[in-house]
Structure formats: structure tokens, C-alpha cells
Design a protein around this ligand. Structure first.
Ligand SMILES: [Fe+2]
Ligand SMILES: [Fe+2]
Length: 253
């Protein structure tokens, strides 16, 4: 049995963009059991833009689960944005998870926006000024919540959903100077703390698609500018052994 997961991030919807994804999304029930959105749903995080997201991704015939991105925080309207999305039937995760009954088994999705900080040997540390400590603690708190959420889910297949990147592999193509603002190694550690089958993220528009955590979990950057399609579809088998993916394929739509 297989669970089919469609995913895309960084759709950055506003009134000018809304409608462009919908034709491809109408075909989702034929090729996927769930749609996961990896944040940056809007351009500036306004309630009006959230209504565009609700219009585009509401009522699709498959469950839709999302995390928010940094753009969705820009106008400090997060509570309003979340309410509009949830009213449209979209599940918004931030440090928590959901288990979905799919034909191929129980899919657990744990999600968090995440934050920056960088990667091994080139990262910020919890030292010095209060501002730097607060920056790094934002990242570690986010990673801790992701780890707890992943380990709390009782499911057959476990997926981690973030906006920020958990590994540097999928940033290849971005300027090295901005890696610390694109992701953090602590998110990768969180993903490796549970039997995660697949980790999905966005945020790195000029990055690349494929990576792996130090623990061997497949990571995919599904930012729309990277995948260059309405969504990617991942097939995950339910015969997992110690967190290894027994079967996964990626197809365009
Ligand atoms: Fe983005
Ligand atoms: Fe982003």
C-alpha cells in the first residue's frame, strides 16, 4: 500500500496570482491523498491575501495541511491569516501534528515554520548579546517543538513539514552568505529524532530539490520556483524499517 503526498511551497498568492494553481489542483484527488503546503502562502501575510489562499486551496477534495512561512508573518496578521485558512478547512500546523487516515495507511504530519541560524561549522551560537541568544533560542525552541510533535504521532508513515530548510543540501544554488537565513541544522536534528520518512520544506527559491539529513532522512525542497510545477507527488510505502523509506517516487503533474 502506498500513501500519495502532493506538496508545494512558496506559492506567494495575492490577487494577481490567485487562480493559476487551481486547474492543476482540481486533479489532485486522482493522484494524491493529501496536499502539504510548505509556507509562504502569501506575499505579505495579509488577511486579504489569506482569502486568496483559501480560495485557491479550499475545497479540493483531499485534506490540505500547511505551515506558515516568514512572508505570512510580514504584516503581523498571523491570527487572522490562520483563521481564514482554518475556516477554509486547511489545517495549520505550528509545533504540532495531525494523523490522516489514507487508503494506504495512517499518515502523520508534524509541522513547524522553523527559523534560521545556519549549519554545522557555519552557524550562529547561543552566546553574547541578548539579541543573538534570542535569535538562536527561537531556532532551538522551534526545533524542539518539531521533535516533540514528530515523536508524539501514532502513524504508519511520518512526514516533517517546515518552511525553513533542515539541511544545506537543498540550498545549493543560493548564495552561501545567506544560508544562515534559510535554515538551521537543529531542524535536521529534530527530524532525525523520530522515524521520519520524508522531510519537506520551502523558502529557498533558488535552492535545489534533493537532500538528506545526517540520519539519512530524505529532504525535498518543494518551493514552487524550485519544482517549477503546481506540486510534486511523493509515494511513500507503509513498510518502514527504522525510519527508512521503503518506496518513494517523485513525479511531475
Ligand atoms: Fe518564499
Ligand atoms: Fe520564505
Amino acid at each position: 500500500m502506498v500513501i500519495r503526498i502532493a506538496a508545494v511551497g512558496d506559492v506567494h498568492l495575492d490577487e494577481d496570482v490567485v487562480g493559476r494553481f487551481r486547474p492543476a489542483l482540481e486533479e489532485l484527488p486522482d493522484c494524491a491523498d493529501v496536499l502539504l503546503l510548505a509556507g509562504d502562502l502569501t506575499r505579505h501575510g495579509t488577511e486579504a491575501e489569506a482569502r486568496c489562499v483559501a480560495q485557491e486551496f479550499g475545497g479540493l477534495g483531499v485534506p490540505v495541511v500547511t505551515v506558515l512561512g516568514n512572508h505570512d508573518h510580514q504584516c503581523d496578521e498571523v491570527p487572522q491569516v490562520v483563521k481564514v485558512l482554518e475556516d477554509a478547512g486547511i489545517t495549520v500546523l505550528e509545533g504540532d501534528g495531525v494523523v490522516l487516515d489514507c487508503a494506504g495507511g495512517r499518515l502523520g504530519v508534524a509541522g513547524v515554520k522553523g527559523f534560521g541560524g545556519g549549519f554545522a561549522g557555519r552557524c550562529a551560537s547561543d552566546f553574547g548579546e541578548p539579541e543573538m541568544k534570542a535569535f538562536v533560542r527561537t531556532t532551538t525552541d522551534s526545533a524542539d517543538r518539531l521533535s516533540r510533535a514528530l515523536r508524539s504521532l501514532d502513524c504508519d508513515v511520518l512526514v516533517a513539514l517546515t518552511h525553513y530548510a533542515p539541511v544545506p543540501d537543498t540550498l545549493a544554488g543560493e548564495p552561501l552568505e545567506i544560508y544562515p537565513f534559510l535554515g538551521a541544522y537543529q531542524l535536521g536534528q529534530a527530524i532525525d529524532s523520530a522515524p521520519t520518512a520524508l522531510a519537506l520544506h520551502g523558502h529557498a527559491h533558488a535552492g535545489s530539490e534533493r537532500g538528506t539529513t545526517p540520519g539519512g532522512v530524505r529532504v525535498r525542497n518543494v518551493a514552487h520556483p524550485v519544482i517549477k510545477q503546481a506540486y510534486s507527488v511523493f509515494h511513500l510505502g507503509d513498510h518502514l524499517d527504522q525510519g527508512e523509506v521503503s518506496r518513494m517516487s517523485v513525479s511531475g503533474t
